[in-house]
Every structure is written in structure tokens, then in C-alpha cells.
Design a protein around this ligand. Structure first.
Ligand SMILES: *Cc1c(COP(=O)(O)O)cnc(C)c1O
Length: 392
């Protein structure tokens, strides 16, 4: 018989990558509360409370607001497979990994996909979409609000207006956006929006908050074909999340406890305070990095506070720095993906991780590792610059 593995003893990391983000101790405690059944009156009450809190963070009145029992990508898949019937036209805006993923998901769902591409790190303006929308006349347009592969912050309101003027519906990927930057689902008239539990909501991965507006629900109820995915069919899920409570699949009870507590934390702090905290930490980090000559990858004026993608400086070994951060300082940051592979670092300041202790710890560890690589900079300058931001 093989030897019994050792009991769990995960290292305590400072998670400053593109997700999962740092988890608040109250969320970890909530996860270990006793499991109840998925039709237990206590659980049903939690579901109602969670829907209500999700509506507050999404800023929507949409009745069909819930959490898909899977990660952010399943939120993406849900948005697409419910709106798209085979042969429907969908336009997807691609300026990084996650836009490309949405185009892939749409193609697999049977959509006739048209991609609009922008260089990595850049955002879309209405002008970039206008001609394609007029020519293609899509049923659905998809766009990523916070492109985690580049750190680009996509403005949504004007594009939402253009999409609706063209008679299409809008899907917004808010996986990294939700909780970190302002989102107004109703005011911006977003038809379907989805997120993930493990980015700025600071809950472990495993749930995907999602919201369908009444127009999207009418379109789905009027489909000629069944939703291609049984698991993600929102018309069936609506009967469990709605008053009927019809069994669909066994809800991930303890993950719901975790997200419930994570949402309570966000609302306890207040959305506006949370956005302001993310913005402050971003300014401090950015000032620190600028002081040692490190440049951002995303377009100026459109840089996400919660995801700081920066170029690896010339002559510095990407892997050596990231390994040093992890192995010597317990800090995880992300490497570059796709076009940015080997060229960028992605530093997350998400949710509970967006705090001064993390920014200052990261900058001092980074300085140490850069010095060992022979990179020339003014030692201590990053910490002084970050502290100057905190001092106002
Ligand atoms: C993380 C992320 C996803 C995918 O979420 P998973 O939880 O990894 O499935 C999708 N879109 C964006 C913008 C993301 O950052």
C-alpha cells in the first residue's frame, strides 16, 4: 500500500497576481461552517441574501442575478450560450487573452463570430466598432471591461449605447472589474454581465456572479432551440434561484457561505470606499514602479487599479524575479500571457490584497531582486515614492 500523504499544510502566500487574490480571514472562516442541504430553509435564505448583495455590487434591479456554480469562464460561457443560437452573429472585441477566449466560446456555441482586434494594452472606442456593427448587424456584442492579461480598463457606457442603437445586445466580462472599479449595470444598460469570485471579491475561485436583464431573459425565453448547455441553461437555473426552488444541481454550499461573507465585506466597507482604496494603492504602486524605471503595459488613462501589468525591464530575467518573489518572499505575481509572455509582470491589487502592506512589501522585495540582477536604479526610491503617495 502506498504511504498516506501528509496532511494539508499550504504555504501562506501574499497573493498579488491576476487571481486568486488574497482571502479575508472572515471568508476563510465562513467556508468551514457546517454544510446544510441545498434546499434547507437556511440555505434558501442565504441564496436570497446573496442575490440581493450581488444586485447591490452590480448596481442592478435585474431579478435574474445569481452565481453560476463554477469559475469566471463558466460565467462567460453562460452569458454566451444562453443568448446565442446556432447561426446567430456575434461580434467580439479582442485586445487580450480574455476577449480571445470569448470569441472561442462564441464559436463553439455555434455563433458566426466577427472579431474586432485592437493592440494589446489598448482599449476600444465607439469608432472602432461602428463600421463592423453596421456591416455585420450582430445579435450580440461581447467586450471585456477589465482585461486581466494587459491591465487595460475598457470604458463601457458609450459602447453600450452604440451596441443598442445597432439593435444588438451587450455582454460584458467583469470578472476582474467587479468590486475594483465602478460598474453600473442598469445605468449603462448592460444586457448580460458576469464576474468571478476570486478577483476583487476576494473569495476563493469557484463561483461566477452573473446578471441577465429583462431584455436578455425575454430573448432567451423566445429561443427556437434549447440552450446548448444543460448545466448553464438559465431558464432551468431560474427555477432554482426563483420561488419554485426546483432542484437543478447540488449547489456548492460552502462556496456560497464564502461568497456571502465576501460580499458582506465589500458592502460593509462600501463600494465607493473600496474603489477609492483600490485607486490609492494603484497610485502608490505606480509611483513606486515609475521611480525605478518600470513602465506600464496598458494605455495611459486606461490602467486598471486592480491589475497592474508592467513591462519586465531590459536585461532582467523574468522567471528569476518571479521565482525569487515566491520562494524567498512568499509573494505571487503573474507572468505575461500570449503576446506578453516573458515580457510582462501582472501585479494584482485586488480586494483584500489592495493594501499598503502588500504594496510596500512587494516593492522592497522587488528592489532586492532587481539589485541582484544588476539592474541599475536608485535604491529605496520605489518605497519613498509609494510612501509619498500615502502621505498625500
Ligand atoms: C480570470 C478571468 C476570466 C476567467 O475566470 P476563471 O475564474 O479563471 O475561469 C475571464 N475573464 C477575465 C477578464 C478574467 O480576468
Amino acid at each position: 500500500m502506498s504511504k498516506l500523504p501528509l496532511p494539508l499544510n499550504p504555504p501562506v502566500r501574499t497573493l498579488m497576481g491576476p487571481g486568486p487574490s488574497a482571502i479575508h480571514p472572515r471568508v476563510l472562516a465562513a467556508l468551514s461552517a457546517p454544510t446544510v442541504g441545498h434546499l434547507d430553509p437556511y440555505y434558501l435564505q442565504l441564496m436570497n441574501e446573496m442575490q440581493d448583495m450581488l444586485r447591490q455590487v452590480f448596481r442592478t434591479e435585474n431579478p435574474m442575478t445569481m452565481a453560476v456554480s463554477a469559475t469566471g469562464s463558466a460565467g462567460m460561457e453562460s452569458a454566451v450560450v444562453n443568448l446565442i443560437e446556432p447561426g446567430d452573429r456575434m461580434v467580439v472585441c479582442v485586445n487580450g487573452v480574455f476577449g480571445a477566449r470569448m470569441a472561442d466560446v462564441a464559436g463553439r456555441a455555434g455563433a458566426e463570430v466577427t472579431r474586432i482586434d485592437r493592440p494589446w494594452g489598448q482599449v476600444f472606442t465607439p469608432d472602432d466598432l461602428k463600421d463592423t456593427l453596421a456591416k455585420v448587424k450582430p445579435k450580440v456584442v461581447g467586450i471585456v471591461m477589465a482585461e486581466t492579461s494587459t491591465g487595460a480598463w475598457q470604458p463601457v457606457p458609450e459602447i453600450a449605447k452604440l451596441v443598442h442603437d445597432a439593435g444588438a445586445m451587450l455582454i460584458v466580462d467583469a470578472v476582474t472589474a467587479l468590486g475594483g472599479v465602478p460598474i453600473e449595470v442598469d445605468a449603462w444598460n448592460i444586457d448580460v454581465i458576469y464576474s468571478g469570485s476570486q478577483k476583487c471579491l476576494s473569495c476563493p475561485p469557484g463561483l461566477a456572479p452573473i446578471s441577465f436583464n429583462p431584455r436578455a431573459m425575454e430573448t432567451i425565453l423566445a429561443r427556437k432551440t434549447k440552450v446548448q448547455s444543460w448545466y448553464l441553461d438559465v431558464t432551468m437555473l431560474a427555477q432554482y434561484w426563483g420561488s419554485e426552488r426546483v432542484y437543478h444541481h447540488t449547489a456548492p454550499i460552502n462556496m456560497t457561505y464564502g461568497l456571502h461573507e465576501a460580499l458582506r465585506l465589500v458592502l460593509e466597507e462600501g463600494l465607493e470606499s473600496s474603489f477609492a482604496r483600490h485607486a490609492l494603492q494603484h497610485r502608490a504602486l505606480k509611483a513606486g514602479l515609475a521611480a525605478i524605471g518600470i513602465r506600464y503595459a496598458a494605455q495611459e488613462g486606461h490602467q486598471l487599479p486592480q491589475l497592474n501589468a508592467v513591462f519586465v525591464p531590459e536585461g532582467v530575467n523574468d522567471a528569476a524575479v518571479r521565482n525569487g518573489l515566491l520562494n524567498r518572499f512568499g509573494i505571487e505575481i503573474g507572468g505575461g500571457l500570449g503576446d506578453f509572455k516573458g515580457k510582462a509582470w501582472r501585479i494584482g491589487l485586488m480586494g483584500y490584497g489592495a493594501r499598503s502592506a502588500n504594496v510596500l512589501l512587494f516593492l522592497s522585495a522587488l528592489e532586492q531582486l532587481l539589485a541582484e540582477q544588476g539592474y541599475k536604479f536608485d535604491h529605496g526610491a520605489s518605497i519613498a515614492a509609494a510612501n509619498a503617495v500615502y502621505a498625500g
